[in-house]
Ligand binder design. Structure first.
Ligand code: COA
Length: 253
């Protein structure tokens, strides 16, 4: 079975991350497939927007940590690097339907979505400092603009879990819906976007995002270079080893 499920209906391209046994952790192959799907959507007349969600009660646990250990990115032109650049390049709306834990890039993708909805039981986590890493996807820049620097500092430096309610009240999310009615509520909103005048939607997205895109390119490059160095460093090696050994990392040996 593929690690990504795709369904196109009523001009909505629904992408479901389909690796539930690993909490939908994103592999290099999945990033490549996501890039192709997002780029293709821009070209296709029968797609108005992309909706991204997860399977098995998780959104995504972020980058696959085994991939990070075995095949760490060595240039900004890696699968994850290309995915991040695709997020800032696409013209059609990207909507997140967060249906469970959203960790690492599962949380930072939200800054690149045009609307983001979550179930009441979902939660977010930006655990980069607990992995011996630094934030990515431009989050060192846009998160403070979105939720305020006091919140952003707390979220990025404690790596604690953030409930959907806190994320909504802080401005990270567009709306939160009950778990039971979530799919129906999200499809209703996505259908509103997919029914609007397509050129107006495209130009609105461009007007809202083009300054952000320019700023993001340099922030993401700076973050990416440091991230790659730190991935091979002793703190990240200890943290990832600890994850798979199911123990707490010890950074103060
Ligand atoms: N990369 C690789 N494997 C992962 C993973 C990831 N990011 N997240 C989860 N998994 C695997 C676990 O190793 C486990 O595999 P196993 O069944 O072979 O032991 C399986 O998915 C289930 O995960 P588990 O931790 O047992 O589930 P949980 O419900 O207790 O916790 C999370 C869920 C998401 C809180 C927890 O898995 C987690 O913190 N994952 C890492 C998140 C992370 O640090 N992401 C990288 C950010 S840069």
């Amino acid at each position: 079975m593929s690690d990504i499920r795709i369904e196109v209906k009523d001009r909505i391209q629904k992408i479901t991350l389909n690796r539930a046994d690993k909490k939908n952790a994103l592999t290099r192959a999945m990033y490549d497939e996501l890039c192709a799907l997002l780029r293709d959507a821009d070209e296709k007349n029968d797609i108005a927007l992309t909706l991204i969600t997860g399977s098995g009660g998780s959104f995504t646990s972020g980058n696959d940590l085994m991939d990070f250990m075995q095949e760490p990115p060595t240039s900004l032109d890696s699968p994850v690097g290309r995915f991040l650049h695709t997020l800032i390049a696409i013209d059609k709306p990207l909507v997140a339907a967060v249906n469970g834990p959203a960790v690492g890039i599962g949380a930072t993708i939200i800054g690149h979505c045009d609307a983001a909805y979550a179930t009441t039981s979902s939660w977010f986590q930006l655990p980069f400092v607990n992995l011996g890493l630094v934030p990515e996807a431009g989050a060192t820049h846009w998160l403070a603009e979105m939720v305020g620097s006091a919140k952003a500092g707390d979220w990025l430096m404690t790596g604690r879990k953030i409930t959907a309610t806190e994320a909504l009240e802080s401005g990270l999310l567009s709306d939160v819906f009950d778990d039971d009615s979530f799919e129906e509520s999200v499809i209703k909103r996505a259908t509103m976007i997919a029914s609007a005048a397509p050129d107006s939607i495209r130009v609105t997205k461009r007007l809202m995002r083009h300054r952000f895109r320019d700023a993001m390119k340099s922030v993401m490059s700076e973050e990416g270079e440091i991230f790659m160095k730190k991935l091979n460093g002793p703190e990240a090696q200890e943290a990832m080893g600890a994850f798979f050994e199911k123990r707490k990392p010890n950074f103060w040996k």
